[in-house]
Design a protein around this ligand. Structure first.
Ligand code: GDP
Length: 296
């Protein structure tokens, strides 16, 4: 994962700052420049980098530090805290509870890995004692229902969809009702992705969300999309209230910066990452240990 390169970049900046003879404004500026460069190279958008830089600077405030304070440590802590905040804005997302019915809606562009991720998410919870079910509310893409059906069958998860009905809202409502009656405690609604953030797609997301009243909307994003992530995430956030992010394809050449931008656009934490095409290739995500490892 190329995110590791970002980690090395930041760790390198901190190491050089530690070696500086005096830690003054100049040394701090050099360190921040180097961190900013690493972030930009990892495809984090400029505005996000600027915000991160300003936050670290605010958190450090060299002038206000008492004599004898370990400035290197203060800087290191500020950088660690800020990188963690980028991946986890601090507002925990809704987590489903066993035996209590909840509806989780998945949104994202076509090709992001949404349908695969729905199954991974269902399977992850099934292994932990949940009774999940999948609803295919993607009536736009021919073959979407077949794909979900195939995945669901492989993972032994009940599913609902239609080859003939063209109204996604109707299918979503029917599926959610059916599985509520069957006492499923985690009803997952897969939605259409199409391939552009066209207004119609976002309007459809709004309608499906209004009709099914999800407890959580998860935005699924291809980890390799880079700079475009922020606008994409923000557009979805505006039509359905995104509460969590899942980043897919982190096994590939994703630089990871897109993930950081998506979090800052949605103010929602990354809860899982996809690490391959298969159902078990799915890892729960926790920012702090991740950043600790990332920064070495
Ligand atoms: P959707 O159009 O958003 O529903 O996307 P799909 O679920 O059909 O996934 C698109 C492609 O990405 C498929 O070939 C998936 O196997 C692949 N894919 C999904 N998640 C991952 C992942 O975490 N890693 C890798 N390498 N491929 C993935």
């Amino acid at each position: 994962m190329v995110l590791a390169e970002l980690g090395r970049g930041i760790a390198g900046a901190l190491a050089r700052m530690k070696e500086a003879i005096v830690v003054d404004e100049r040394a701090l500026a050099d360190c921040l420049n180097e961190i900013s460069r690493a972030l930009l190279q990892a495809d984090v958008r400029f505005e996000t980098v600027r915000d991160i830089r300003a936050s670290i600077k605010r958190a450090v405030n060299l002038d206000a530090l008492a004599d004898g304070t370990d400035k290197r440590r203060v800087i290191q802590k500020a950088v660690f805290g800020e990188i963690c905040r980028m991946l986890d804005p601090g507002k925990p997302s809704f987590t489903p509870s066993k035996g209590k019915p909840s509806v989780v809606m998945f949104v994202g562009l076509q090709g992001s890995g949404k349908t695969t991720t729905c199954t991974k998410y269902a399977d992850y919870h099934r292994r932990r004692g949940f009774k999940p079910a999948l609803v295919c509310a993607d009536t736009f893409r021919a073959g979407a229902f077949d794909q979900l059906k195939q995945n669901a069958t492989k993972a032994k998860i009940p599913f609902y969809g239609s080859y003939t009905e063209s109204d996604p809202v109707k299918i979503a409502v029917e599926g959610v009702d059916k599985f509520r009656k069957e006492k499923c405690d985690l009803i997952i609604v897969d939605t259409s992705g199409r391939h552009k953030q066209e207004a119609a797609l976002l309007e459809e997301m709004r309608q499906v969300s209004e009709a099914t009243k999800p407890d959580l909307v998860i935005f699924v994003m291809d980890g390799s999309i880079g700079q475009a992530a922020f606008d994409q995430a923000q557009a979805f956030k505006q039509s359905a209230s995104v509460g969590a992010v899942i980043i897919t394809k982190m096994d590939g050449h994703a630089k990871g910066g897109g993930a950081l931008s998506a979090v800052s656009a949605t103010k929602s934490p990354v809860i899982f990452i996809g690490t391959g095409e298969h159902i078990p290739d799915f890892v729960a995500f926790d920012a702090k240990p991740f950043v600790k490892r990332l920064l070495g």
